[in-house]
Design a binder for this molecule. Structure first.
Ligand code: NI
Length: 185
């Protein structure tokens, strides 16, 4: 399987809606494996098919050591609100505060077409909502009132002075490690 390039903001394919998956064949398994390899290589906590240029209802989420392969996922129940930092592998170098549901229940199919249900709170709940948004052509920045709400977290390049970025995050009362961890959805 392969690590593939992740499309970034400005590529119109990020705005396509994922088509429902009806055939659970080798092509689907190949796509899911590519999503997983590319997410882990980033590294990230989630990746959706449109981010690889495939307009299909497929995404992966990995928080902790639990890998979720989600085909045709939909939120069936949600409770509470949770405002926290969030970022995206397609918008490298930034995070912002986004209000999400605090607890979500998702029904999806696995790679064989079998239905299952998963519940998530915290980072898992946020990652599920974030990836499901990707399948609707939606990005977290769509929730921001202004681009000024974007907070730079650095891109991890060799040529940047990470201490400047960290100092600015701390000035805003943000833990730099946490900001970098959530910047990868
Ligand atoms: Ni994303």
């Amino acid at each position: 399987m392969s690590v593939l390039p992740i499309l970034t903001l400005g590529d119109p394919r990020l705005r396509l809606r994922g088509e429902p998956v009806e055939t659970f064949n080798k092509l689907l398994h190949h796509l899911i494996d590519d999503l997983t390899d590319t997410m882990r290589h980033a590294p990230g906590v989630g990746l959706a098919a449109p981010q690889l240029g495939e307009a299909l209802n497929v995404c992966v989420v990995e928080v902790g050591d639990r890998l979720l392969e989600l085909v045709n996922p939909r939120i069936v129940r949600a409770e509470g609100d949770d405002r926290d930092l969030e970022g995206c592998l397609s918008i490298p170098g930034f995070v912002a505060y986004v209000t999400r549901r605090e607890h979500v229940w998702v029904v999806a199919q696995n790679r064989l077409g079998r239905k299952y249900k998963v519940a998530g709170t915290g980072l898992l709940g946020r990652a599920l909502q974030h990836e499901l948004d990707h399948l609707q052509g939606k990005l977290y920045i769509d929730y921001l009132a202004s681009p000024d709400e974007l907070i730079p977290v650095g891109r991890g390049g060799d040529d940047e002075d990470e201490s400047d970025v960290d100092a600015e995050l701390e000035r805003r009362g943000i833990d730099p490690e946490k900001a970098k961890a959530v910047s990868r959805a």
